[in-house]
Design a protein around this ligand. Structure first.
Ligand code: BMP
Length: 273
């Protein structure tokens, strides 16, 4: 099965350019770490990205958290992505009808499709959301992740909801490259014998080495649990890396290095087993 193969091997079989580039970057830089930079001040945002850049395959943004947004932040982000060789994932969580999300993705203040290699969507509106986003993103060689599961306590993303999210992805697997989820999704809800060689990339938030959760329902598991035991591909780490003191750049760099190491050794163990 796909998750026992190397990232580099899996890259070769991907037809979506964003999926292929992500897996190739992981193999080349030997990292399955995605850092989520959830900061309010653009200066912190850019300084943290520059510090963690060498250790990551992907940076995850919530661009609408930034205060005093201006386009030069995007230009700087793109320069850092080139300098450190990583991709950009805007965690936009689109959730509206196809016609609306197409405009939200292409236009407005942030013009997400123009700079984010990857974005994500809730499957709740049904296939129209994928159609709408694909009409903008597919010609730009972008990739979409569906939120099949969430990391928070009491999340409604379970059972047939998760199964139907996977079915939706299967129908649009040129543009949908994988899932935000807590475990591997290949083959879920498929008839026996079908979907044998599908290979969805699983990106997993709710990863932390120190805490078990936060005061607002977040739940953390370790990189080892996520990558080795649950078969996920990319660990998404926010506060575990940037911590409480955003000016402690050395600490941030050291934590990124640590999570990279933990994630990568769990992966090596997985493909060797
Ligand atoms: P932290 O590691 O600091 O808990 O941050 C997790 C990040 O991942 C946040 O940006 C959050 O929006 C995102 N996220 C999540 O925590 N759980 C999900 O199920 C989906 C997410 O996108």
């Amino acid at each position: 099965t796909a998750y026992k193969r190397s990232y580099g091997d899996r890259a070769k079989a991907q037809s979506n350019p964003a999926a292929r580039a992500l897996l190739e970057t992981m193999e080349r830089k030997k990292t399955n770490l995605c850092v989520s930079v959830d900061t309010v001040k653009p200066a912190d945002f850019l300084a943290i990205i520059d510090a963690v850049g060498p250790y990551i395959c992907l940076i995850k943004t919530h661009i609408d958290i930034l205060e005093d947004f201006e386009w030069s932040i995007i230009e700087r982000l793109e320069e850092l992505a080139k300098k450190h060789d990583f991709l950009i994932f805007e965690d936009r969580k689109f959730a509206d009808i196809g016609n609306t999300v197409a405009m939200q993705y292409a236009a407005g203040v942030y013009k997400i499709a123009s700079w984010a290699h990857i974005t994500n969507a809730h499957p709740v509106p049904g296939p129209s959301i994928v159609k709408g986003l694909s009409s903008i993103g597919f010609p730009l060689q972008r990739g979409l992740l569906l939120l099949a599961e969430m990391s928070t306590a009491g999340a409604l993303t379970k059972g047939t909801y998760t199964e139907e999210a996977v079915q939706m992805a299967r129908v649009h697997n040129d543009f949908v490259i994988g899932f935000i989820a807590q475990r591997r999704m290949n083959g879920i809800g498929a008839a026996p014998g079908e979907a044998q060689d599908e290979d969805f990339i699983i990106l997993t938030p709710g990863v932390g080495l120190e805490a078990k959760g936060d005061a607002m329902g977040q739940q953390y598991r370790t990189p080892r649990e996520v990558v080795l035991e649950s078969g996920c591909d990319v660990i998404i780490v926010g506060r575990g890396v940037y911590g409480k003191d955003l000016s402690d750049i050395d600490g941030i760099r050291a934590r990124a290095e640590r999570y990279r190491g933990e994630g990568w050794s769990a992966y090596l163990e997985r493909i060797a087993s």
